[in-house]
Every structure is written in structure tokens, then in C-alpha cells.
Write a protein that binds this ligand. Structure first.
Ligand code: DC
Length: 231
């Protein structure tokens, strides 16, 4: 039997530092990275480009194909990764709040989640995968070797997201962001299919009061232990 490459899953709501942590861990281990939220965001963008209403789950699901060339590229000196689609840099477009809200809506459709499942699993390639999302540990990679679930207070998460968007030159109001994030979290947690929740065997880390260096230190210690890496 072929042994599958190992997987580390990092789930949690936005603004908990998942993206930065996953990018640091994948660089450190030299493993592949999957930002699953970006796939939902890309579907929202493609639907917009092709004039498909995001509530048309069947048509949007038809846009999810493994042959879409999505790359997660680490940029030297930057904490986050850049996403390209068929070689074009679409990162700024998919990070906009309208894309995030449409992605959250798409996440509630069973047709879309099913269509995206094989696409997400296709990122499990040697030497290993770091998977960032909402249901990586519960649904997409239930046999993952290490599962992390990050949490943080809503205010702290909105502050981080605000800073992140500002750095990317995306202008938003803090109050709107806080309200929209709360709505999105509720939708992600309440949906019937693959709701946002920690897997039973996930290690939950509250990042409200910790800097990313601290979170990385905790997680890298867990990884060394789990994968028996030299210290
Ligand atoms: O992580 P993010 O903010 O880029 O994700 C955008 C939306 O995509 C999120 O609000 C819900 C949806 N999503 C999901 O349903 N399941 C995932 N594994 C990742 C994202």
C-alpha cells in the first residue's frame, strides 16, 4: 500500500493567524501549502467573472476543477503567501471583503463543498502538506498526523485583519469589518455541512494574547514531537 504524504491541519476562524502560521510552517518544513479559503475565494471570483450568481450552487460547483492551476507562492520578506491562478497574481482581488463574503456563502452549499473536496486533497503531495482552513481536520484530512485549531477574541481578530488588509492597500472601515466578520463566523459555525469546529483530536491554541513568534514556537515544538524531528 502506498503511504500518503503527512498532513498538518490548521483550522479556525479568520484573523487567528492561521495564514501566517501555515506559511511559516510550510517554509520551515519545506512542505506544500494549501490555503483552502483561497479556493473558495477563487470560485467566488470566477463566478463573478463569468456572471454566475453565487447562489447558483450547481453552476459554481462546476467551476471547481483540479486542473485550474493554483499556486501558493511565498514572497521573500513577507509573512503571508501570494496566490496565483493560471500564472496570474489574483491575490489582491480574492482578498477583498466582497470575495470573502461570497466565499463564505459558497461554503454553505453541499454541491460546492463536494466539488472542492478532491481539488483540496490533490494538494497532498510529497514531502508533506500544511492545510489551512475551517474543516481540514474534520472533513478534508481526517487522518492528518497533527491537527491544530486556532482561536482569538473577535476584537483581536478584526484588528489583525484590518492591519493585514491595510498592508495590502485594501481600504475598509474597522467597524464594518468587525460586523462582517461576526456575521461570517456565525454562518461558518452554524452551517449544516462541515461547520467550523475543532476536530476531536485537535490541539486548540488561543492566540489572542500571543504574537505569531510565540504561536510558531508552540506549534513547531508540537511538530518536532509528533514527527520525531531532531531538535
Ligand atoms: O479563510 P478565508 O477567510 O480565506 O475563507 C473564506 C471563506 O471560505 C470562509 O468564510 C468560509 C469558506 N471556507 C470554508 O467554508 N471552508 C474552508 N475550509 C475554508 C474556507
Amino acid at each position: 500500500m502506498q503511504v500518503k504524504p503527512p498532513v498538518i491541519t490548521v483550522d479556525g476562524p479568520s484573523g487567528t493567524g492561521k495564514g501566517t502560521l501555515c506559511s511559516q510552517v510550510s517554509r520551515w518544513l519545506q512542505w506544500n501549502l494549501l490555503d483552502s479559503g483561497a479556493l473558495y475565494r477563487i470560485l467566488a471570483l470566477l463566478a463573478q467573472r463569468e456572471n454566475i450568481d453565487v447562489s447558483n450552487a450547481v453552476e459554481v460547483a462546476g467551476l471547481a476543477r483540479t486542473e485550474l492551476d493554483v499556486q501558493f507562492i511565498a514572497v521573500a520578506g513577507e509573512p503571508s503567501i501570494k496566490v496565483t491562478l493560471d500564472g496570474a497574481d489574483i491575490d489582491a482581488q480574492i482578498r477583498k471583503e466582497d470575495c470573502g463574503n461570497a466565499a463564505s456563502q459558497l461554503g454553505g452549499y453541499v454541491e460546492v463543498r463536494e466539488a472542492i473536496l478532491g481539488w483540496q486533497r490533490s494538494f497532498q503531495r510529497p514531502p508533506g502538506l500544511v492545510a489551512d482552513g475551517r474543516d481540514m481536520g474534520t472533513v478534508v484530512f481526517p487522518a492528518a498526523e497533527l491537527k491544530i485549531f486556532l482561536t482569538a477574541s473577535p476584537e483581536e481578530r478584526a484588528k489583525r485583519r484590518y492591519k493585514q488588509l491595510n498592508v495590502k492597500g485594501i481600504d475598509v472601515s474597522f467597524q464594518n469589518l468587525l460586523t462582517e466578520m461576526a456575521e461570517r463566523d456565525n454562518r461558518d459555525k452554524q452551517r449544516n455541512i462541515s461547520p467550523l469546529r475543532p476536530a476531536e483530536d485537535a490541539i486548540v491554541i488561543d492566540t489572542s494574547a500571543s504574537g505569531i513568534e510565540n504561536v510558531f514556537a508552540q506549534v513547531s515544538a508540537l511538530i518536532k514531537q509528533r514527527f520525531e524531528l531532531p531538535v
